[in-house]
Design a binder for this molecule. Structure first.
Ligand SMILES: Cc1ncc(COP(=O)(O)O)c(C=O)c1O
Length: 428
């Protein structure tokens, strides 16, 4: 009976009253993928803050099934080993660390981060790195370094809402660039924007883009870097998901093709190891001294103990082993989530096929307003991230981002089933 219950949870079988259990009809093959977005090439102000904070507020409620969250489940992380590393580091922390760890930050941590780049074919020195409070500070410092209020920033469409919030707050404008759910930003559309508008910077998530899960092939990364270098436009590369790949090797960052120092590459431990440590970094290229100064002005320094604790963990904690397990769990969770969505969502939905990360982007039939779905779902204890969050102009009204990084078979499948029922109601 337990096995039947599990299979039913996964949507593989169904119970028929007074008859027994039956294998469910399989959906006809894999669902189609969403098509490339096609926003117009015009600059626009950003206006998403109220909407984003409305949706984020719901995520703090512990009873909610957090399909709308941007974080993986904290249960994926090696908290005991991290705590031990923090205790060991605290015992050895020198009183002078408050001075030594001023920007660019803890030298041992920078050495260990630099070493990890060798795997992606990049020669990074500790001196190339500035430690930040998460990738978000790295992105903010980068934006403030290369652009001013009123400037136009080219962004992928759809894009991560916190970056939109930063741009909105800094009084900058955006031009949304068409982006493929499979291989990322459309270079033809970007060139068109560079030719017709005074674009001051470009922000791209080259690997496992949030929310699309798209990854740019290496050749496309090379072309992107060369295209921007020709017009002297800095590229801010947000690469926070790079470690969460499902393939055999770690994808290269666009930064690895940078010959002119114009790429500001942002990374973080928040998505793959220690969200609470708030440790990220930036490789600012030719903008290093300006980024360091802005970091000092913004927060003086990143706290010493979390830097020392992560350095300690990276040396002794089994990071590679942890990452291998995490990638396997996320990849299995993607399969299960795809199966659940294909089974319970209305016919005609289109799904992305990410090769890493933990976000699934779903295009629903046009009549479904996912802001309405979000409100109905919240009333049933489920959060989702509705499409309009990911666009300066609140496009993608019939899209939704689902986080499979929390995949717990029973609650998630039940939540997806409920979303399917609510969506069917919205189609009438
Ligand atoms: C694409 C992307 N960039 C940056 C961040 C922020 O990273 P951090 O927590 O290191 O500040 C997130 C977090 O959701 C993200 O999804």
């Amino acid at each position: 009976m337990h096995a039947y219950a599990r299979l039913e949870d996964f949507g593989l079988i169904e119970a028929r009253p007074k008859s027994g259990y039956y294998v469910r009809a399989r959906p006809p093959g894999p669902a189609a993928e969403p098509v490339v977005s096609s926003p117009p090439t015009v600059s626009t102000e950003v206006n998403v803050a109220d909407l984003v904070f409305d949706v984020l507020e719901a995520l703090k409620r512990p009873e909610i099934v957090p399909l709308g969250s941007a974080f993986p489940s904290p249960e994926h992380f090696p908290i005991e080993k991290l705590n031990k590393a923090a205790a060991d580091a605290a015992r050895r922390l020198s009183a002078w660390s408050s001075v030594r760890d001023l920007p660019p930050g803890n030298s041992e941590l920078r050495r260990l981060i630099a070493l990890r780049y060798a795997e992606s074919g990049m020669d990074v020195a500790p001196e190339d790195i500035v430690i930040t409070c998460g990738a978000m500070e790295a992105i903010n410092l980068s934006l403030n370094t290369v652009a001013r209020p009123g400037d136009i920033i080219a962004i992928e469409s759809p894009t991560f809402y916190s970056t939109l919030l930063s741009i909105e707050r800094m009084g900058m404008k955006v031009v949304e660039i068409a982006t493929s759910p499979r291989d990322g930003i459309d270079l033809g559309s970007l060139q068109n924007a560079l030719d017709t508008l005074d674009v001051r910077a470009c922000i791209v998530m080259s690997n496992f883009q949030n929310p699309l899960g798209a990854s740019m092939p290496d050749e496309k990364k090379r072309e992107l870097v060369a295209m921007l270098a020709k017009t002297n436009v800095p590229l801010i590369e947000d690469d926070v998901y790079a470690e969460l790949y499902f393939g055999k090797t770690k994808p290269r960052p666009a930064k690895s093709f940078d010959r002119s120092g114009l790429v500001l590459h942002c990374g973080s431990f928040a998505k793959n190891l220690a969200p609470g440590s708030r440790i990220g970094w930036v490789l600012p290229g030719r903008f290093k001294s300006e980024v360091e100064r802005l970091k000092f002005i913004a927060t003086i320094s990143t706290a010493s103990l979390p830097q020392a604790a992560l350095a300690e963990y990276l040396k002794h904690g089994g990071y590679e082993r942890h990452l291998r397990g995490l990638r396997l769990r996320l990849s299995a969770a993607l399969t299960a989530m795809t199966q659940a969505v294909t089974t319970f969502f209305p016919a005609g939905c289109r799904l992305t096929r990410p090769q890493g990360g933990y976000m699934l982007w779903v295009e629903m039939p046009e009549t479904i307003d996912t802001l309405k779905l979000h409100r109905l779902a919240l009333a049933e204890g489920i959060s989702i991230a509705p499409g309009p969050l990911f666009s300066a102009k609140r496009r993608y009204q019939n899209f939704v981002r689902l986080n499979y990084g929390h995949f717990d078979a029973k609650s998630t499948v039940n939540a997806v089933r409920t979303l399917g029922r609510l969506s069917a109601g919205l189609m009438r």
